[in-house]
Design a protein around this ligand. Structure first.
Ligand code: CUA
Length: 341
């Protein structure tokens, strides 16, 4: 009975691990599979160690236990060269079996990221607490949702705009630190199937570290081309003059839509097509998620009090009338990119 709460906790923890879209145990694509292979190797070796050590322990406990009436002192052994050599050599062999392929993989992953001439280059910049994705060869920038063509190699250069974060897509590849300053880390991956893969920040980076999620959306190549073309189109500002005035003077000072606005903060072009607002609030009118709010409600909630949604993030509370807020939330939810057929 005393074990019941512990068991309940374990079930809870394991059920959270069971999310296949956020699991390294469900590897998708060559990089994740290679990393999963290393995990299996390490776990196998650990299992062998556990089984052998436990078997020897149990044997010794039973074989050399004190029997009733036995008052003698057992044979005293001090030092054994044979044993010492055995327990030094075996771990060394095990570490070589573990270490050589691991180090090889780590260096290959960093080195091979430029190898594929058809690779799509992406510069990932982490910010407290959001992700910026720049496609330098295509001249476009987006945030929170990395759109990639299915099957193609994606070459990542990762850095940070503020503190140390870590870029991690558990089912595709992971994870690399994003460092502030000149130290750029590199990796590559590819997604074998169309679909959405969840990403997370994997380095404690402040109060909203746990909320620093992103998505990787893998689409067919023609959709990808339409998406990149759509991102380069000019974007119309709100049609209502009062909403437009508020949006330009209060939002575009930092954010950008199309070729207008500031470059530094999440680019809002196509935000209505993303799966989330701020990386965590749902951005869909799918009735399945109706209890989590509509796109417009969540945009409203985010703009009204960003600190309540993601504590410690850089977005200030903007002074807007309720009408301006409604108008901007509506405008942003309609700011979609039509690229998927
Ligand atoms: Cu960014 Cu943790």
């Amino acid at each position: 009975k005393r074990l019941a709460p512990l068991l309940a906790l374990m079930v809870l923890v394991l059920s959270a691990c069971g999310r296949s879209d956020l699991s390294t145990l469900n590897p998708q694509g060559p990089v994740a599979q290679e990393q999963f292979g290393l995990m299996k190797l390490a776990i196998s070796i650990m299992l062998i160690v556990i089984v052998v050590v436990f078997a020897i322990s149990f044997y010794v406990i039973i074989r050399f236990r004190r029997r009733p009436g036995d008052k003698t002192i057992p044979k005293q052994v001090e030092g054994s060269h044979k044993l010492e050599i055995i327990w030094t050599v075996i771990p060394i062999i095990m570490l070589i079996i573990l270490g050589v392929p691991t180090v090889q993989s780590v260096f290959n992953l960093a080195k091979d990221y430029t190898k594929d001439p058809d690779a799509v280059k992406v510069i990932v910049t982490s910010h407290q607490y959001w992700w910026e994705f720049e496609y330098p060869e295509l001249g476009i920038k987006t945030a929170q949702e990395l759109i990639i063509p299915t099957g193609k190699t994606i070459s990542i250069e990762a850095k940070s705009a503020d503190v140390l974060h870590s870029f991690w897509i558990p089912s595709l590849a992971g994870k690399i630190d994003t460092n502030p300053g000149a130290n750029v880390n590199t990796m590559y991956f590819s997604a074998p199937k169309e679909g959405v893969y969840l990403g997370k920040c994997a380095e404690l980076c402040g109060p909203s570290h746990g909320l620093m999620d992103f998505k990787v959306k893998s689409v067919d190549e023609s959709s990808f081309d339409r998406w990149t073309a759509a991102l380069q189109e000019p974007v119309a500002l709100p049609s209502d003059p009062a909403v437009k005035e508020a949006f330009v003077s209060k939002c575009l000072t930092c954010h950008a839509v199309g070729d207008q606005g500031g470059p530094a903060f999440p680019n809002l072009t196509g935000i209505g097509s993303r799966q989330t607002v701020g990386g965590i609030l749902v951005n869909t009118d799918d009735p399945k998620y109706s209890n989590e709010g509509s796109t417009e409600e969540n945009l409203h909630r985010w703009i009204k009090d960003p600190q309540a949604v993601k504590p410690g993030n850089q977005m200030p509370k903007v002074d807007l009338t309720e009408q301006e807020l409604d108008g901007i939330a509506k405008y942003l939810s309609d700011l979609t990119l039509d690229y998927q057929q």
